[in-house]
Design a protein around this ligand. Structure first.
Ligand SMILES: [Ca+2]
Ligand SMILES: [Ca+2]
Length: 159
């Protein structure tokens, strides 16, 4: 959503203010927000505004705050989902739930997912070693995150 100019906002306000009394009621605001993809409720607007109609200044501050808040919300939602997914994946690997992924855990999950062929003789110790920054032989969440940001079989591909 691109930032909106004061001129635009003034035009929007004029459009909403059908009877030209310099006030816009929250019902009209509600429909406007809905149209531009900000889904909220009348109650929420009323709570935020503290009244049922807004003059231009109210409208300006409300619109500004509302749009900024929604954009921030959407961004943190995205971040949140990504971390959530990673954390879920981590839990899958961390079979005994001690907060670390051991070589045995990694191996058994990869085998189960069909990502590892037992006959290939691939050693999970090596895989862990690549991402095991503090060299304790297991992967913590931070190290796991690094591992997941790179596809598992990248050893011979160019970057
Ligand atoms: Ca574990
Ligand atoms: Ca480690």
């Amino acid at each position: 959503m691109s930032p909106i100019s004061t001129d635009d906002l003034h035009r929007i306000f004029k459009n909403l203010d059908k009877n030209n009394n310099g006030l816009v009621c929250i019902h009209e605001l509600y429909h406007l927000l809905d149209k531009i993809g900000i889904h909220t409720t009348l109650e929420e607007i009323e709570k935020l505004v503290g009244k049922t109609s807004l003059d231009y200044i109210d409208f300006y501050f409300f619109y500004d705050a509302m749009v900024k808040e929604k954009i921030a919300e959407q961004q943190s939602d995205d971040d949140h989902n990504l971390m959530d997914d990673l954390f879920k994946a981590f839990k899958v690997f961390d079979i005994n739930g001690d907060g670390y992924i051991s070589c045995e855990e990694l191996q058994s999950v990869l085998l189960r997912l069909g990502l590892l062929d037992k006959s290939s003789g691939q050693d999970c110790r090596e895989m862990i070693h690549v991402y095991d920054k503090n060299s304790d032989g297991v992967l913590d969440f931070e190290e796991f995150k690094n591992m997941m940001s790179v596809p598992i079989s990248t050893s011979d591909s160019e970057i």
